[in-house]
Write a protein that binds this ligand. Structure first.
Ligand code: 26Q
Length: 819
């Protein structure tokens, strides 16, 4: 396969060429020499130099893929969370050492420059980060893929904690982040909203024209994605909205200045900001417009590319998979129908054949409040033609359902795409996609047994599982270089591309010197984090204490509250047993709450107040510390995770689709404290029950308890420890009133009391935590457990997930594979 070897800049990459490249960028963009440059200018020049190398490789990649003419995946997601790019790109391309050297020579420090890069925070959490991990793996595996998303001008808000309360500030990431984006004005397309459409017949086919619509320009900005040990470079295409005519001059000259400006501002508002909610569906027009904007621009782009290359839409399914990441890009389905029908005059049946063989769907939640549905009037006003197409899809689909379930109106009503007042996106996905998958074994089973049960009964062949995975090169090799060095030495470096080889570490699990080395590495990472914490929160923590970490979005179902209940239990226990020999523990939290999610914000405040109380009480603060780190994001996760020893994965069973933080912590040698939820179950399977702390009800037991009737008061009155900590919260913590928190646990406010069953799992959690503390006192065994967790983490590499998608769903081939 010689012709596909891509090698451009590589051969000529010497210290001298790199230096010239960087200095050339400095000179061209800032008109200065290294000695005159600020560190920020140097960061940008280095980023541009890396971008330059990526762009050359991208050029060669495009040519190689085009020559091969293989099927391609388009991964559509309203969220991506790449984090920082500079280190990742250098490390993937094996250029860190040479850049390090050259930058040193011209008077700067590479590690220092990394600090100038903002996170690309174009997502809320797990779903967006997963998309980025998958781009990394797909590229490393030389797979033909393009990501599509939105170029939000403001990414996920920056969190500041003021007096314990979360406040939000805009995330102006483009200032230093824009260097990673290449605008492609030549590939701009138009997206249309509102207006009316007319159908008419001519020459035996129906035509549709659309009038009085508002057009918005979609401008592509490409982020280049490198892979490890390959010169393949893929792209993540982010669409930015621009007014078609910057201001409507006709209006302007009629004297309607303000209205003219308003119109262009309204168009550009579409990609202004990421919606910071990942818990409920807000039913906002702007959100719908974002989704259609992404979908329409991407589908037009895909179709244009396909037609240029193959000339006919009939072959689209042979050459293309469009993957929709959760329901947010569902409108791909009617949009591709629209293009087939209205723009290419295909029949309904042919269009439907094309669409249903091209589109695949991943579900990431079973929580009913997060299932998307759109009110019909709002939808119809913004997207009248798309609505009409969905109506026809629905009509035909229901007709089919009546054949399966004659006379069962209720069932057909439940499965319909259009309900009494709204359009149900998940039902549209399942009806139209050729593949539907969940993100862990348990989650995929729950999909088949609950929300998609009736669909599963008539089309079981569509349903599969692909357990999530993480970019282990970022989360292990880059975030924890000392651990990675040790692995290189013990098992060789091949685990970077063959993560299953991590299992080789198991043979060292009993080796005292390896155990000690792991402990030393962990301690060094803990010291580093302790310094960060002292700098950023002014709290001094003991690096020798147990680092117990819960980092993830703040959600009631993730039960940060349960963690707090345990901390208060320890607090009271220490006060009661001042002489007891308890190993010191530091509880570390980081989490963003959706800005409108009151109970989540209250939980942050509660954690902050508990932290104040604990950290300032000399009777406990030698043994117990609590910190809440603000502004959790990819870059902060990369600092915290390598220092973690206990990984809190304590969601109510059945609620966490998979979790991916659990995998990142595991591969860094933290031991999971977890419920039998999401991928925790598979982690248990990978490491065995002696190397994990499992507690709490199973998903089945949760369901049984609901059915039987759950009364949290029984637990409250039945467990004196639990009563004591809840009474403590009820009486206020650090002078702040938390009666609403207590009410939500015992009385419920609008919802069932203790809707996530913290009280029911409290005792079992306390026992598991006690076991963890006991286990830690045998450090040799603890280190052994940690080693076995690292050894078992290979199956949670995104490379494995991607191979599952490639073989089971996408059926694509890598660039290097023989045909
Ligand atoms: C939907 C409609 C309107 C506004 C916002 C949303 C929205 C946005 C983001 C709904 C959900 C999300 C994000 C969901 C998410 O991150 N889910 C997580 O996905 C991970 C990757 O599969 C899993 O590991 C987690 O278990 C799951 O919670």
């Amino acid at each position: 396969m010689e012709q596909h070897k891509i090698s451009v800049v590589d051969k000529t990459m010497t210290d001298k060429t790199i230096e010239e490249l960087i200095c050339g960028k400095l000179h061209r963009y800032f008109g200065c020499r290294p000695l005159e440059a600020t560190r920020q200018q140097m960061y940008k020049a280095v980023a541009m130099a890396v971008q330059h190398i990526l762009a050359e490789r991208r050029h060669a990649t495009t040519k190689a893929f085009e020559q091969k003419g293989e099927k391609q995946v388009y991964y559509l997601s309203v969220e991506f969370l790449p984090g920082r790019s500079l280190r990742n790109n250098l490390s993937n391309m094996g250029l860190n050492q040479i850049f390090d050297r050259v930058i040193q020579k011209i008077g700067f420090n590479l590690e220092d420059l990394y600090g100038f890069e903002p996170d690309a925070g174009l997502g809320n959490g797990g779903l967006g980060r997963l998309a980025s991990c998958y781009m990394d793996s797909l590229t490393t595996l030389s797979m033909p893929v393009q990501g599509f998303s939105i170029r939000y001008e403001f990414g996920i808000f920056r969190q500041k904690i003021v007096d314990g309360w979360q406040t939000e500030e805009p995330d102006n990431w483009l200032d230093n982040g824009e260097v990673w984006l290449i605008p492609r004005m030549d590939e701009a397309v138009e997206v249309r909203f509102g207006g009316r459409f007319n159908e008419y017949w001519q020459e035996d086919r129906m035509w549709v024209d659309h009038e009085d619509y508002q057009a918005v320009l979609a401008i592509p900005y490409d982020m280049l994605i490198s892979g490890y040990d390959t010169s393949v470079v893929n792209t993540l295409r982010l669409w930015g909205a621009k007014s078609v005519n910057r201001i409507d001059m006709a209006m302007f000259s009629r004297g309607e200045h303000i209205r003219a400006l308003e119109q262009s501002a309204a168009a550009e508002a579409i990609t202004k900001v990421l919606y910071p909610a990942d818990d409920h569906y807000p039913g906002k027009t702007l959100r719908l417009k974002q989704q259609y904007f992404l979908v329409s621009a991407s589908v037009q782009n895909i179709v244009t590319h396909h037609l240029r290359r193959y000339g006919s839409l009939a072959t689209l399914p042979d050459k293309t998979v469009i993957h929709i990441n959760d329901t947010h890009p569902t409108l791909v389905i009617p949009e591709l129908m629209r293009i087939c029908l209205d723009e290419h005059g295909l029949s309904w049946d042919e269009s439907w054949r094309i669409v249903t063989r091209t589109v695949a769907y991943t579900n990431h939640t079973v929580m009913s409040e997060a299932l998307e549905s759109w009110p019909i009037p709002l939808f119809n006003e913004q997207l009248p033609r798309i609505f009409a197409i969905i109506q026809e899809i629905n009509r035909r689909f229901c007709e089919k359902l009546y054949h399966h379930f004659p006379g069962d109106h209720e069932k057909v009503g439940r499965m319909a795409i259009i309900g009494p007042g709204d359009i149900r996106m998940a039902n549209l996905c399942v009806a139209a996609c050729y593949s539907v998958n969940g993100v862990s074994k348990l989650h995929s089973e729950i999909l088949q047994e609950t929300i998609f049960k009736e669909f599963f009964s008539i089309m079981p062949e569509k349903f599969t599982n692909v357990t999530n995975g993480i970019a282990h090169r970022r989360w292990l090799c880059q975030a924890n270089p000392d651990l990675s060095d040790m692995l290189d030495e013990l098992i060789g470096p091949n685990y970077r591309t063959k993560p299953d080889e991590l299992s080789g570490l198991a043979s060292f699990a009993d080796d005292q010197s390896v155990q000690q080395r792991l402990e030393d590495i962990k301690l060094k990472n803990k010291e580093r984090l302790a310094n960060y914490i002292s700098e950023h929160c002014g709290v001094r923590i003991n690096p020798k204490s147990i680092f117990d970490v819960q980092v993830k979005r703040l959600h009631e179902y993730k039960r940060q509250m349960l963690n707090v209940l345990h901390i208060l239990q320890l607090y009271h226990w220490i006060l009661e047993h001042p002489e007891a020999d308890l190993f010191p523990r530091t509880f570390i939290f980081a989490a963003k709450a959706s800005p409108g999610y009151h109970m989540a914000k209250q939980t942050i405040r509660l954690i902050s107040c508990v932290a104040q109380m604990v950290n300032n009480n000399p009777r406990v603060n030698e043994k117990l510390k609590v910190v809440f780190l603000e502004d959790y994001r990819v870059t902060l996760a990369e600092k915290i995770i390598p220092a973690a020893e206990i990984s809190e994965q304590i969601s109510l069973a059945g609620k966490e689709a998979s979790g991916t933080g659990n995998m990142k912590l595991m591969i860094n040698g933290a031991i999971t404290m977890g419920t039998l939820d999401g991928a925790n179950i598979e982690i248990l399977d990978a490491v065995g029950p002696e190397n994990i702390f499992i507690f709490g009800m199973t998903a089945q037991e949760v369901e049984d308890l609901w059915r039987k009737g759950y009364n949290p008061s029984l637990y409250y009155y039945g467990d004196l420890d639990l009563k004591r900590v809840i009474d403590h919260i009820a009486s206020g913590v650090d002078g702040v009133d938390f009666s609403d928190v207590v009410a939500s646990l015992l009385k419920g406010h609008g919802s069932h009391p203790d809707a996530y069953m913290c009280l029911a799992d409290f005792r079992s959690y306390i026992i598991a935590q006690q076991k963890a503390a006991d286990a830690y006192s045998d450090r040799s065994n603890w280190n052994r457990m940690a080693l076995l967790n690292i050894a078992g983490a290979g199956r949670f590499a995104a490379d494995r997930s991607i191979r599952d998608y490639v073989r089971g769903i996408w059926k694509i081939r890598s660039l290097t594979e023989e045909i």
